[in-house]
Design a protein around this ligand. Structure first.
Ligand SMILES: *Cc1c(COP(=O)(O)O)cnc(C)c1O
Length: 230
């Protein structure tokens, strides 16, 4: 990509400030506390200098969707900046579970029993009990990860009571061709049944709706960093 097409570093801090201002406005509108809403800057497939710009402007929570890609940039960045938290927001292969536990601070994509069991086992072995989210495939899309809503209750229960995973909330990615609101409402309803306080929902196009329906994390990539490369 040519230099001209790259978002300027300057833009990253302006974009971050803009997204944060919108979060405050929407939180006020719907009677939400702004401190209950984390902005996760999704840095996947973004040039490292833009990620560094976000860090330099004080941002500390990031989302990545691939273990290997995250391993290539975050150990260095974490050594340069304090208190950085990285959330895994993409599908996790069981053979990468150990590496993911070592690298990430939160895993948002527990989406099947085989993975849940391996994460539980590896977390015990490493004595590192990361907070996790269960990913729910609210739109029941065959190509999308996540447990379907009908299976969610049993799955969540097993993860908590049998596997002793530190389940703190639920995460979803609504179908692109549908209104996100009913999906967010459904996710909130399932979480409430289990007393789970965290909801990761909303991306660049729909984070305001996510906040309206109770999001405690919004995962925003392009609105902060611009179009992804690669
Ligand atoms: C890439 C990604 C995002 C960020 O999407 P944007 O539209 O760039 O904000 C959020 N959540 C997940 C799970 C993603 O994979």
């Amino acid at each position: 990509m040519s230099q001209e097409n790259q978002p300027l570093k300057n833009d990253v801090s302006l974009n971050l400030a803009d997204v944060q201002t919108r979060i405050i406005t929407v939180a006020q509108k719907w009677g939400r506390k702004v401190e209950d809403i984390d902005l996760i800057a999704v840095s996947k497939r973004q040039p490292v200098e833009l990620v560094r710009a976000a860090l330099q402007s004080g941002h500390r929570i990031f989302g990545e969707n691939r273990v290997q890609e995250a391993e290539g940039k975050w150990p260095q960045l974490k050594s340069e900046f304090n208190s950085v938290k990285i959330h895994l927001i993409g599908p996790l292969q069981t053979n990468k579970a150990k590496e993911a536990i070592a690298l990430f601070d939160c895993i948002q994509t527990v989406d099947r029993m085989k993975l849940a069991k391996i994460l539980a086992k590896e977390m015990r072995a490493l004595d590192k009990h990361l907070p996790v989210y269960i990913q729910v495939n609210t739109g029941k899309e065959p190509q999308k990860a996540g447990v379907i809503p009908e299976d969610a209750d049993a799955f969540i229960k097993t993860c908590i009571t049998e596997l002793n995973l530190n389940v703190i909330g639920l995460m979803c990615i609504p179908p692109v061709s549908e209104q996100p609101a009913p999906h967010f409402a459904l996710l909130a309803k399932i979480a409430a049944r289990h007393g789970l306080s965290k909801l990761s929902m909303g991306m660049s196009a729909d984070y305001e709706t996510g906040i309206q329906f109770g999001a405690t994390s919004v995962r925003v990539g392009t609105a902060i960093f611009g179009m992804r490369t690669g």
